[in-house]
Write a protein that binds this ligand. Sequence first.
Ligand code: DQA
Length: 151
Amino acid sequence: MTATPLKVLVLHGPNLNMTGFREPDVYGKKPLEDIDAEIKTAADRLGIEIRILQSNSEGTLIDTIQEHRRWADAIIINPGGLTHYSIALRDALVSVRLPVVEVHLSNVHSREEFRRHSVIAPISLGQVVGFGGFGYVMALEAVLNVEREVV
Ligand code: DQA
C-alpha cells in the first residue's frame, strides 16, 4: 500500500525574486527559478508534493498560508526581511497549526545584529541557514524525517 504523499508549501518572501542578481556575494549567483527547479527535483525524488510561491507582499504570503491550511502538511518559508519583525506573518503561521521550517540563503547569524533576531524561529521546528538554495532541499528532508520518521 502506498502512503499519501506529503504535501509541502514552500514560500519565498520579499526580494527573493531578485536572488541571483542582488548582492550575489551574500545570496549567491543562482536565480530563484533555478533554486525552485532544484526544490522540485528534490521533492520528486523524495515523493513530496509541493507548491511554491514567491511574493513581495506580506498580505499575499498570509493569504497563501491561510488558503493552504487544509492542503499542506508542512510549510517551508524564507520570510526575507519579514523574518525580523513580522508578527502578522508569525501569527498566520501559528494559526494554521502546521510544522514550519525557516530557511535563509545566507548565514543570518554571521551578518548584521538585526538579522540575528527572528520572530519566526520560536514557532518553527528549526532553521536552515547559510547553505544557499540547497537549504530548501535540506528543509524538505527535515520535514520528511519529522513527518514520516524515515531516517
Ligand atoms: C534572507 C536574510 C534576510 O535577513 C534578508 O532580509 C533577506 C534574505 C536570506 O535568505 O538570507 O531578504 O532571508
